[in-house]
Ligand binder design. Structure first.
Ligand code: NAD
Ligand code: IPM
Ligand code: MN
Length: 357
């Protein structure tokens, strides 16, 4: 039976990188007879322009009926002055929360060919393989009350609420423990339990679950230290688990260890295995339309989609091997370009992966 994949290109470089990822998926489809069925939808600024809102309920429902969703990126200066409730980013938050995609997996893996492209010394990053597990549908991103209010003295005050229920912590913790069990057996939970009660509870829940996973060594770290340790000695980490906002920030930092944010894929899943797959980076308005964006994070996200939501691990492996082969050939988009390698465009990079596949 065919598997339905919804494509949401979004804004900025979104359509450019998605075009390459879809070409790779279509090649994999032919080679491995995957029987993928594609449909396309609108999200972010593209949807605001067409419908006046960043994700319509109809589009959300369509996404939920598919087997998986592949997304480019949303946002851009054109929509930055809109009121917060209808900004492009709200479309992304709506699809994540609307489909219950609480488990965000962000693997930061250094391809050995890119050791020179990392901003850290090759010996500090060589062999790097970290999985950041980020809670994606709760925390300060969604907590109520939120807003900007005017005080009695006429001064304005902005406020958000950092809140987690035990059940929300427990389910993301279990995702992380299970992942650690299958990998290097180490789990570092990142919090700010020295200041924030919500993360005192976070730590308590992790500690309570730890005895159920005797094969996993659990440690705790404050987020400020974790940011420093990621840059000082990143290979000490195997799996990291943290809340929505800390995970957002730490994963961008981890991205740079791998050479570029243009290399970091992600999966956002619910308990049924359904997932939304997207690069960790944004719509990169500064380079949009120039055909120079790195499509590899999106192509690698497509591979994660095949593996995690569509049970097509062989095709996923083949795409990842093709990416590695293209890096062996010395092809680099501008963000990962170093001396002695060949600078290529978004389309050339995509075509090279297709050819390698
Ligand atoms: P960004 O990730 O879009 O860009 C940060 C920097 O990284 C820029 O210099 C950009 O050129 C570079 N970069 C990003 N992806 C790249 C790629 N594939 N190849 C080469 N270089 C790349 O972050 P930003 O500038 O803070 O945000 C821009 C817009 O994107 C904002 O509207 C923001 O809200 C949105 N955003 C969306 C997502 C998403 O859709 N998942 C994620 C982050 C930011
Ligand atoms: C990401 C992005 C989003 C987030 C924004 C655009 C809502 O930065 O996917 O990392 O903060 O989750
Ligand atoms: Mn982010």
């Amino acid at each position: 039976m065919s598997k339905k994949v919804m494509i949401l290109p979004g804004d900025g470089i979104g359509p450019e990188i998605i075009e390459q990822a879809v070409a790779v998926l279509k090649t994999a489809d032919e080679k491995f007879s995957l029987d993928l069925e594609f449909s396309e939808g609108l999200i972010g600024g593209a949807s605001i322009d067409a419908h006046g809102e960043p994700l319509t309920d109809a589009e959300l429902a369509k996404a939920g009926e598919c087997d998986a969703v592949l997304l480019g990126a949303v946002g851009g200066p054109k929509w930055d002055t809109l009121e917060r409730a209808i900004r492009p980013e709200r479309g992304l938050l709506k699809i994540r929360s609307g489909l219950g995609l609480y488990a965000n997996l962000r693997p930061a893996i250094l391809y050995p060919q890119l050791a020179e492209a990392s901003s850290l010394k090759p010996e500090v990053v060589s062999g790097l393989d970290i999985l950041i597990v980020r809670e994606l549908t709760g925390g300060i991103y969604f907590g109520e009350p939120r807003g900007i209010q005017t005080l009695e003295n006429g001064e304005k005050q902005g406020f958000n609420t950092y809140v987690y229920k035990e059940s929300e912590i427990e389910r993301i913790a279990r995702t992380a423990f299970e992942a650690a069990k299958k990998r290097g057996g180490k789990l570092c939970s990142v919090d700010k339990a020295n200041v924030l009660e919500v993360t005192v509870l976070w730590r308590e829940v992790l500690d309570r679950l730890a005895p159920e996973y005797p094969e996993v060594e659990l440690s705790h770290m404050y987020v400020d230290n974790a940011a420093m340790q990621l840059v000082r000695a990143p290979k000490q980490f195997d799996v990291m688990v943290t809340g929505n906002m800390f995970g957002d920030i730490l994963s961008d930092a981890a991205a740079m260890l791998t050479g570029s944010i243009g290399m970091l894929p992600s999966a956002s899943m619910n308990e049924t295995g359904f997932g939304l797959y997207e690069p960790c980076h944004g719509s990169a308005p500064d380079i949009a339309g120039q055909g120079i964006a790195n499509p590899l994070a999106t192509i690698l996200s497509a591979a994660m989609m095949l593996r995690y939501s569509l049970n097509m691990g062989e095709a996923a492996d083949a795409i990842e091997a093709a990416v590695s082969k293209v890096l062996d050939q010395g092809l680099r988009t501008g963000d990962i370009h170093t001396e002695g390698t060949k600078k290529v465009s978004t389309a050339e990079m995509g075509a090279a992966v297709v050819a390698a596949l």
